[in-house]
Design a protein around this ligand. Sequence first.
Ligand SMILES: Nc1ncnc2c1ncn2[C@@H]1O[C@H](COP(=O)(O)OP(=O)(O)O)[C@@H](O)[C@H]1O
Ligand SMILES: [Mg+2]
Length: 236
Amino acid sequence: MFLKIENLECRIAATNILRSCSLEVDKREIVCLIGRNGAGKSSILKNVIGLYPSQMGKIIFDDQDITSMTSHKRVMAGIAYAPEDSRLFPELSVEENIQLGTWITSKTERSGSFDLEKAFHIFPAIRKLIKRRADTLSGGEKKMVSISRALALSPSLVLLDESFEGLSPLVVSAFSEAMVNIKKDLGAAILLAESNVHNAAQVAERSYIIERGEIIFEGQPSEILENAQLLKLVGR
Ligand SMILES: Nc1ncnc2c1ncn2[C@@H]1O[C@H](COP(=O)(O)OP(=O)(O)O)[C@@H](O)[C@H]1O
Ligand SMILES: [Mg+2]
């Protein structure tokens, strides 16, 4: 397996956020982590990128144990993260925000394979926004830029946190297509945290449900859509 999380426990300030979570993502696979607000989706992604501590368990990526690696080293190993709140630099242009990714990996073995044309290929709408200041963008546009900045790191695994949140159905379709192209054309795997199972079903090849810090289901999103009990659990 490309990414393998084994029995991961995460406790912050005496709160058990993740309990014995195990999850896998294969090379070039799109996997969705589905759960209600507060279930632990973001915490899983933050553990994978190294922003949250784990007290037990293991994270293996590309045959390396990355459990206690710094975030910087994880990025260099090929993992990129687009956080839920996009976190762009407001006074910088779209172009500068995206290029930050390429600067981080320049002069390293990960440099060189990304250019803006790749971002335009994944998100055609970015081309006309490229000179705009980031703080003038809509929520959906910010998400496109945040994902493009992650792609500029030339990752082999992209962690996407609530990329569909707040998008209109038309834009959800454009983002689904973008995710398929990230896999197909850039060759990266995706682990997407998502609270809406219908959105997840548009892209995920496999899915997990997380509830109160525990993984309680693994299977196809269609299995969730056909199961009233699971649907109730994810709040739909
Ligand atoms: N830094 C933190 N300190 C304390 N509690 C946290 C922290 N981060 C997350 N939590 C708690 O852990 C649980 C899971 O949060 P989160 O992973 O953000 O859920 P989700 O992304 O599924 O909405 C929530 O109860 C949240 O309040
Ligand atoms: Mg979250």
